[in-house]
Unconditional design. Structure first.
Length: 78
């Protein structure tokens, strides 16, 4: 947009800036939600692996934690 227009219409400039901020906030929220979704998916997958190994009865929680390079409390709560 041309700056001369905004110089003559400060309200329009304010509305433009607010709309631009809202758009950038929206994009930031999308990125945050996407990252949270990825982390949830990883956690679900990790828990499924732990439950599958545990169901086979071949390994202890300590062995599973060592194999997956996880703290023992993560394996115990899965």
């Amino acid at each position: 947009m041309r700056t001369e227009f905004f110089n003559n219409a400060p309200l329009m400039m304010r509305q433009y800036v607010m709309a631009e901020r809202a758009h950038f906030d929206y994009l930031a929220n999308l990125e945050c939600e996407r990252n949270e979704g990825r982390e949830e998916g990883r956690e679900e997958g990790r828990n499924e692996i732990i439950r599958t190994i545990r169901a086979k009865g071949a390994m202890t929680d300590e062995q599973i934690a060592s194999l997956l390079n996880l703290p023992i409390y993560v394996v115990e709560r899965a």
